[in-house]
Design a protein around this ligand. Sequence first.
Ligand code: HEC
Ligand code: HEC
Ligand code: HEC
Ligand code: HEC
Length: 162
Amino acid sequence: MDFFPYYGIEHRTVGWAMHKKNRVLFPGIIGWLVFSLFFGSGVAAQEESYELAHEDVFGPLQRPSVHFPHDRHMDALDEEGCGICHHVFDKEKGELVPVDDPDAGCTECHGSKKDGSVPALREAFHGSCNVCHRDVNRVGEASPPVACGECHKKKNGAGQER
Ligand code: HEC
Ligand code: HEC
Ligand code: HEC
Ligand code: HEC
């Protein structure tokens, strides 16, 4: 069964099963620490979570910024791998290739406007986040957010109220 058909990536088992979480987290952190110690300067580091507010691309945001718990996704999707979200475009093959050692965020390639077959940043995020969340909800083992206001949450901080 293909749970994430949108990605065109061949899927292994459904790795976000909840019971795996505790087992995987600890060695994961140690592994990452060791890795960072050895290769520290050369490897792009990701944050534990992101407050996605790409005003650099979108200009003033129409919706509140989006909280994205990156660590939680790495954990829940450890069998699918980083490449379920991170990819590069292989020009020779003419197709997207999943990458497990990304060195760039999405804005590196997705801009404010659609560019040929490259979707604009908003569609890239929605095409990744929302499509997967819908699929996960359909399968029914978790219920990540799918409504606008569940991702674009109103916050009480200055400048966030919209
Ligand atoms: C699963 C999470 C998710 C859901 C659900 C979602 N979005 Fe988004 N949306 C995002 C992310 C992530 C971005 C990129 C935000 C950024 O970097 O500023 C984004 C960007 C946007 C942007 C461009 C940035 C801005 O604020 O001007 C708009 C507009 C937007 N979404 C509207 C919507 C609307 C309308 C809905 C419901 C139909 C919706 N979104 C549902 C995650 C979501
Ligand atoms: C559920 C989707 C998803 C998964 C799975 C995922 N990432 Fe990410 N990652 C993102 C998003 C979204 C960002 C923020 C990019 C942006 O703001 O442009 C990000 C940012 C990053 C960045 C920072 C890039 C930069 O320079 O801004 C690194 C490094 C990274 N991820 C590495 C990883 C690694 C390693 C894994 C697997 C162990 C992984 N990611 C799994 C979605 C994901
Ligand atoms: C190195 C450049 C590059 C980076 C970085 C990149 N993309 Fe893309 N992405 C592309 C290109 C090129 C396409 C269009 C592929 C095609 O022409 O078929 C694409 C297509 C997409 C699509 C539509 C096709 C599909 O497979 O779903 C989505 C959704 C998407 N990107 C989301 C993201 C997200 C989310 C991130 C960050 C986590 C990201 N991209 C980072 C180059 C990139
Ligand atoms: C490939 C699948 C996939 C993609 C892509 C994805 N998610 Fe998720 N997301 C999940 C799963 C699975 C969960 C449930 C994880 C759990 O319960 O531990 C989840 C949970 C969440 C939650 C709820 C966390 C909580 O505390 O309950 C938020 C918020 C979220 N995702 C935001 C995002 C945003 C924003 C993006 C895009 C930048 C995104 N997700 C991309 C699969 C995905």
